[in-house]
Write a protein that binds this ligand. Structure first.
Ligand code: ADP
Ligand code: MG
Length: 306
């Protein structure tokens, strides 16, 4: 157990020996932050955001970039790593919140366009130097895959990696049973304790959840979620309260969980219909405010509702 990206991480594995130490995982995650964390002053992402001409993206940076761009394309721009300026302006980045109004949103929107950033011969080219890249919706998932990769390198076949609630599980527990993780129930109040809504069995898959109910702030009774709709420039406000995604990698699951929060329940369901390789579990409120759930067929035997 340790800390990474301002959240906890937990790695559990079963093997006859201590094959991988916490130090190794810590240093792997630290290296990763030096690449992809906007909170680290000299990280590659920070230097790219500052248009530092001498920055050379590393493998972590370019891997995430390619993946993010693919999800952006497939999700028709619902997922967009260039939302950085808006995330900051709305007060979810590292800068102080501006007093937001339509005018500020309109002035920042032209900077949000994933097609205006390209990877050319290993270098990141921004069409406008003010474009700011934000990996927060995918980096946590990616770091889960990284930690998993380290364990596999040491031949560990049964493990669970959990970084801030994004997980990947391989194999099973020593008694042969599946790994099981909880899916939180969206709560009314940011301060209320975490409640379990359901559990999900995982084997050789990643699971990630995005929710509008934990990271938000409220002004005059209106909730502002930290997920921004790249098309409008405003925080999303939907009946969809949380999106849990199961996929082969945690980075992919993480990115789609965010994309679905942007799409909202109807569009997300349509997307799922056309993309059967993605499994999803949505918690949303119906028109009378009751909690409802939707899950893809393959999850029916894996999810147990409480
Ligand atoms: P969580 O799992 O905590 O809900 P997410 O994985 O949904 O977090 O990531 C949310 C973060 O992603 C935001 O704080 C912001 O930095 C960034 N972000 C917000 N909107 C988008 C978007 N439409 N596409 C990509 N990244 C986004
Ligand atoms: Mg995400």
């Amino acid at each position: 157990m340790g800390e990474a990206q301002g959240t906890y991480y937990m790695v559990t594995y079963f093997a006859n020996d201590t094959l991988v130490t916490q130090n190794q995982i810590d240093s792997l995650l630290r290296d990763f932050d030096m690449s992809a964390s906007i909170w680290v002053k000299n990280s590659i992402i920070t230097r790219i955001n500052n248009s530092d001409p001498s920055v050379i993206p590393d493998k972590h940076f370019t891997d995430i970039f390619k993946l993010a761009q693919r999800v952006s394309k497939v999700s028709d721009g619902a997922f967009d790593i260039t939302v950085g300026p808006l995330v900051n302006a709305w007060g979810f980045g590292f800068k102080n919140k501006m007093n937001m109004n339509d005018h500020i949103v309109d002035s920042l929107l032209p900077l949000v366009d994933y097609e205006a950033v390209k990877l050319v011969n290993g270098m990141i080219i921004k069409e406008n130097p003010d474009i700011q890249i934000d990996y927060n919706a995918i980096a946590q998932g990616y770091s889960v895959d990284l930690a998993g990769g380290l364990l596999e390198k040491y031949g560990i076949e049964n493990y669970l990696v959990d970084i801030g609630g994004e997980v990947f599980a391989r194999g099973s527990k020593p008694d042969g049973s599946s790994w099981v993780v909880g899916i939180e129930k969206p709560s009314e109040d940011i301060n209320s304790g975490r409640q379990l809504n359901a559990t999900i069995k995982i084997s050789d898959k990643a699971v990630a959840t995005s929710g509008s109910y934990r990271k938000y702030y409220e002004v005059d009774g209106v909730r502002y979620s930290h997920t921004i709709d790249p098309k409008t420039g405003y925080p999303v406000r939907h009946s969809l309260l949380s999106a849990t995604v199961m996929a082969d990698s945690a980075a992919v699951a993480d990115a789609y969980a965010t994309a679905f929060m942007v799409m909202g329940i109807e569009k997300a369901k349509q997307f799922i219909d056309k993309n059967p390789d993605i499994e999803a579990y949505f918690i949303y409120s119906d028109t009378s405010g009751n909690l409802k759930v939707f899950k893809t067929k393959n999850l029916e035997n894996l999810i147990e509702e409480q």
